[in-house]
Design a binder for this molecule. Structure first.
Ligand SMILES: *[C@@H]1O[C@H](CO)[C@@H](O)[C@H](O)[C@H]1NC(C)=O
Ligand SMILES: *[C@@H]1O[C@H](CO)[C@@H](O)[C@H](O)[C@H]1NC(C)=O
Ligand SMILES: *[C@@H]1O[C@H](CO)[C@@H](O)[C@H](O)[C@H]1NC(C)=O
Ligand SMILES: *[C@@H]1O[C@H](CO)[C@@H](O)[C@H](O)[C@H]1NC(C)=O
Ligand SMILES: *[C@@H]1O[C@H](CO)[C@@H](O)[C@H](O)[C@H]1NC(C)=O
Ligand SMILES: *[C@@H]1O[C@H](CO)[C@@H](O)[C@H](O)[C@H]1NC(C)=O
Ligand SMILES: *[C@@H]1O[C@H](CO)[C@@H](O)[C@H](O)[C@H]1NC(C)=O
Ligand SMILES: *[C@@H]1O[C@H](CO)[C@@H](O)[C@H](O)[C@H]1NC(C)=O
Ligand SMILES: *[C@@H]1O[C@H](CO)[C@@H](O)[C@H](O)[C@H]1NC(C)=O
Length: 609
């Protein structure tokens, strides 16, 4: 939604004037959320009173347990409801707030002079949004906003470390943002290699190599990953998808990452000649741009679209360019403040009647930099998409068990909860149990790639679909391994993996190599989209939320990765599951590569059987 600046001004004046008339009296606030001053940020100055904040208020979803139950039933191949995904309206009914909550929040807002006409709401009415100046937000939330600066990037935001609500409003609000959200949302791509080719090993004078699953790949795939390599390695050579059966693959883009048309054509000419001259649907959200100047091309966006669309051509394909309003620039009186951009994307996609069946996101945060209340709510929003039959993939992160600091001697991994103890750093949204987290491998035969983000959530408990596999994995560790460094009851990350390094892409007019779990998420997503293609062409529903399938029947179509580890935080990280546990009836997972890498041919036979 784009509001012309003139009407923004009018709204501000109106709210200011009316709040002066109806200032609330004697309502007693109670602290709703309080955090420690975040690591890596400094408090600069009080926020200007007239700075505008897009306040978002989340109302509780009292029926969420029913939504979750429905999500698991429609996603479980052994359940009678499998594949009977919910409609948009059915989902909205299950996340609607109680009328009492709507009234309590409306009354509270009205007591500050905010009327119905000032608000916008999500279709289910579980989010309320209103633009207010800092002065009014401070009054509503009994807090003081400051300008905070991120030391490393220099970015500034207007935030607070604590806010309150009138006591009687507490049970009717889950969270209010932007308040305590200090995350540094970033692309999860770490390694550019613009020209250096990986050395082929001396003994690889052979033309082809056999992978762990038994597929035969060209020996060049050990050092350079192309579309042909991935199709060979993951047993999808010769599969043709449909352009017109209604199946769509979606790629999200944030942070001014633009997918460049010319780079895509160069990539197609090199790796997917039959796709030359084809393009993709572009959807811009929240002021997202599509700057096609070659030097504005984003490596992340180019990588994601080239591999996802290259693997699935001619499947219908969509790129979402979501604007995250620019960071607050204190000296320039930036008029509005930013929210997490994936909230803006969620607003769009939850309201859309026909979202793509398969969507990849290669962006994320350290879990601990996202307030727990916010992570829980964003995750619950992802559950809505799963219930509607959408498969969501996220990169598991590029820091191994740590925070991605490439220098092992300075990797700290301190908690930012005030205790300042050493702890592994899982990533979010990968840690959300309602999405599929994709880690990374390298070489053929495959081993875990060392940066593959893995570990255990500190916010989300272990979902039932993982109980058996993860419990067995933890039992296979030596007693006391990493005690206190991770949450042994948490959701395990990742779920699956694919190749993640030495991807040959085109960006800004040049060909080069890129690595990161940024590469593995669109790759896994490509194969899921091909599975959905097969299902939809057969008149069957798409896969939807994948994990109950993957940890059950699907495991027979995955190749377990059994060596490698993911160092971080001054440790060697976790090991990929070891050979002696390998057994056909055993769901072998690990906190580096998850269940393993896809075998498309086998997975297709399983889903169609
Ligand atoms: C607002 O918060 C301050 C502490 O920050 C507290 O002293 C005061 O009582 C609160 N006001 C209300 C109305 O609750
Ligand atoms: C793949 O490359 C790695 C690293 O150069 C090497 O150790 C390995 O032997 C190669 N594998 C094959 C099958 O050539
Ligand atoms: C896929 O299309 C190619 C080119 O049209 C064709 O040669 C091949 O046989 C098709 N594969 C299948 C499995 O139909
Ligand atoms: C392709 O995707 C776009 C955007 O998601 C959608 O509007 C369009 O209807 C789709 N086309 C087909 C043929 O499925
Ligand atoms: C792509 O489009 C250009 C310009 O229209 C045309 O010259 C070229 O032949 C096309 N290439 C293919 C492979 O269709
Ligand atoms: C597009 O990107 C180029 C290069 O970064 C920049 O110079 C130009 O101003 C951008 N155009 C727009 C409309 O933002
Ligand atoms: C956390 O502990 C480390 C090591 O003991 C120390 O260097 C660092 O300054 C501490 N950080 C904070 C915020 O207390
Ligand atoms: C990983 O495997 C190595 C070699 O077997 C072993 O020494 C190490 O203890 C293992 N680490 C973990 C965390 O299990
Ligand atoms: C590849 O998939 C086909 C089924 O489509 C299967 O028959 C074949 O065994 C698979 N190859 C390997 C090496 O797993």
């Amino acid at each position: 939604m784009k509001v012309p600046s003139s009407s923004v001004q009018l709204l501000v004046l109106f709210v200011l004037a009316s709040s002066a008339l109806t200032a609330p009296q004697g309502c007693s606030h109670k602290i709703k959320e309080q955090i420690e001053p975040p690591k890596g940020w400094v408090k600069v100055a009080p926020a200007p009173a007239d700075h505008i904040i897009n306040l978002r208020i989340a109302l509780p979803q009292p029926e969420f347990a029913s939504l979750e139950k429905a999500l698991y039933e429609v996603s479980d191949p052994d359940h009678a409801r499998y594949g009977q995904h919910l409609s948009k309206e059915e989902v909205e009914e299950l996340v609607a707030p109680h009328p009492e909550s709507l009234n309590a929040v409306d009354d509270w807002l009205a007591s500050h002079g905010i009327s119905q006409g000032d608000l916008s709401r999500s279709p289910a009415k579980d989010w309320v949004k209103v633009r207010v100046p800092v002065s009014l937000a401070e009054e509503m939330l009994n807090t003081t906003y400051y300008v905070w600066r991120h030391i490393e990037s220099g970015d500034a935001v207007v935030r607070t470390t604590s806010y309150g609500l009138p006591e009687h409003v507490h049970p009717h609000v889950d969270l209010v943002q932007p308040t305590t959200l200090f995350s540094t949302f970033q692309g999860m791509k770490t390694t550019y290699r613009w020209s250096a080719n990986r050395q082929q090993s001396v003994d690889s004078g052979v033309a082809s190599i056999r992978s762990a699953s038994g597929t035969v790949v060209d020996s060049s795939c050990n050092s350079t990953i192309t579309i042909t390599c991935l199709k060979e390695l993951y047993n999808a050579t010769g599969y043709n998808s449909s352009a017109t059966n209604g199946n769509t693959i979606g790629i999200t883009g944030y942070l001014e990452q633009y997918a460049n048309y010319m780079d895509l054509q160069d990539f197609y000419a090199q790796q997917r000649p039959d796709a030359v001259n084809s393009t993709f649907n572009l959807i811009t959200i929240n002021g997202g741009q599509n700057n096609q100047t070659l030097s504005a091309a984003g490596v992340e966006a180019d990588l994601d679209v080239e591999f996802a669309y290259g693997l699935t051509y001619p499947t219908n394909r969509t790129f979402f360019s979501t604007g995250g309003s620019p960071p607050y620039i204190p000296d320039m009186n930036t008029p509005t403040d930013t929210n997490e951009p994936y909230t803006q994307w969620l607003d769009y996609i939850l309201a859309s009647p026909n979202p793509p069946q398969t969507i990849s996101t290669s962006y994320g945060d350290d879990e601990q930099t996202v307030p727990e209340s916010y992570a829980l709510r964003a995750c619950a929003d992802f559950a809505q998409l799963g219930a509607r039959g959408v498969s969501l993939m996220f990169s598991s992160g590029d820091g191994g068990v740590g925070d991605g600091d490439p220098d092992p001697t300075t990797q700290t991994c301190y908690t930012n909860d005030g205790r300042n103890v050493t702890r592994f750093i899982p990533g979010f949204p990968a840690s959300c149990p309602y999405v599929t987290a994709v880690g990374g491998t390298t070489y053929v035969p495959e081993v875990a790639v060392s940066f593959s983000g893995g570990g255990f959530s500190n916010y989300f408990g272990r979902p039932r679909y993982q109980t058996e596999a993860v419990t067995k994995y933890l039992a296979s560790l030596a007693p006391g391994t990493y005690e206190g460094l991770y949450n042994p009851f948490g959701r395990g990350i990742p779920d699956v993996s694919t190749q993640a390094d030495y991807f040959q892409i085109w960006s800004q007019g040049r060909s080069g190599h890129v690595g990161g779990t940024s590469a593995s998420s669109p790759t896994f997503t490509g194969f899921v989209s091909l599975l959905n293609d097969a299902l939809i062409s057969a008149g069957r529903p798409p896969l939807g939320f994948l994990n109950p399938f993957l940890y059950g029947r699907g495991v027979a179509g995955l190749t377990d990765i059994t060596s490698g580890n993911n160092p971080g935080c001054g440790t060697e990280g976790f090991n990929a599951s070891s050979h002696h546990l390998h057994d056909i009836n055993y769901v072998n997972t690990d906190a580096v590569t998850g269940l393993g890498t896809p075998n498309f041919g086998l997975l297709k036979d399983i889903v169609l059987s």
